[in-house]
Design a protein around this ligand. Structure first.
Ligand code: FAD
Ligand code: FES
Length: 274
């Protein structure tokens, strides 16, 4: 067994509301601090269960995750207060590859929705330190109160390069994230697109990128139980997402296109429409 696979006890030291439905939890864990953008941890909440969660930005030596209440388990995690006990395994998964392009100057588009904005935020900071890369961000949510991390994105990008879309038009442009991505692809010379969010949004962005011959890296979500390539619950096509992803590039995505954007798997393994 590898060191990262051993459950490490820790305690929540700080809780921050990022929006009306996403909360950041900060905890001490040295191995999480060694993670790269796009990696995730398995978070065990005693007496409840274990959840895959993307690692978010660390602060003052503490690692963090951003949690949205989805079902009963994640709702209990979302409601945790400081001093609550957690167990952490990982970091797992292949990170985003920040250096695939050999161009000396390039423009990357980072598009995220919901908790998919957690890994996009980490990427955003990583590109901030690159003098040769201009990052343009599309932050999408259903409504104004659900838009997280805006102040952080404003720190890492020029104001004109941070776009917001909301389904109801209460903040930024009314509409869906992929519609803004389409506009930006038409008006800018985008070299690569990174995305994490609802799979139907990413499937639309994939088609836009494919039509325009733009390479992509998307972080996908599937039910995960072991997180280390053993149980097979996270398969998509012939990929084991916790081991071969969760970040997939355009070649990987074309190989799983029959399922990507169309089907996901229930906890029993049954295929369900996305
Ligand atoms: C690599 C990865 C990174 C993730 N990062 C984050 C994150 O940063 N923040 C966050 O809040 N959530 C994240 N998730 C999703 C999170 O793990 C699930 O929302 C959580 O496990 C739901 O647990 P539950 O018991 O509350 O839900 P359940 O009651 O079991 O299910 C509620 C709903 O969530 C869906 N669901 C359950 N588990 C998953 C899952 N693993 N992936 C996708 N959908 C699921 C179910 O199909 C159902 O529709 C991530 C998932 C993966 C695979
Ligand atoms: S979660 Fe078990 S193989 Fe991926």
């Amino acid at each position: 067994m590898r060191t990262i696979d051993i459950l490490r006890p820790t305690t929540i030291e700080k809780v921050v509301d990022e929006s009306s439905n996403i909360r950041s939890f900060y905890f001490r864990d040295e191995l999480s601090l060694t993670s790269e953008p796009g990696q995730f941890v398995m978070v065990w909440l005693p007496r409840v269960g274990e959840f895959p969660m993307s690692l978010s930005l660390p602060r003052s030596g503490l690692a963090s995750i951003g949690v949205k209440a989805m079902g009963v388990g994640s709702k209990l995690l979302y409601e945790c207060k400081t001093d609550a006990k957690l167990g952490i395994r990982g970091p797992y998964g292949t990170p985003f590859d920040l250096n695939r392009s050999r161009k000396s100057r390039r423009i990357v588009l980072l598009a995220g929705g919901g908790t998919g904005l957690v890994p996009i935020l980490v990427l955003s900071r990583a590109f901030d330190s690159s003098k040769s890369t201009r990052g343009i961000v599309v932050v999408s949510a259903r409504t104004r109160s659900e838009v997280p991390f805006l102040r952080n994105f404003a720190k890492y990008h020029a104001k004109k390069d941070v776009y917001v879309t909301t389904d109801d038009g209460s903040l930024g442009q009314k509409g869906l994230g992929h519609e803004k991505v389409r506009e930006l692809v038409e008006s800018h010379s985008i070299d690569e697109i990174f995305s994490c969010g609802p799979e139907r949004m990413m499937a639309q962005i994939y088609e836009i990128a494919k039509r325009n011959h733009i390479p992509v890296q998307f972080s996908l979500e599937r039910i995960m139980k072991c997180g280390m390539g053993i149980c097979g619950s996270c398969t998509i096509g012939d990929k084991v997402l916790c081991r071969d992803g969760a970040v997939l590039n355009e070649k990987d995505l074309s190989e799983v296109r029959g399922e990507f954007g169309h089907y996901t798997r229930a906890k029993t393994g049954t295929l369900l429409p996305c």
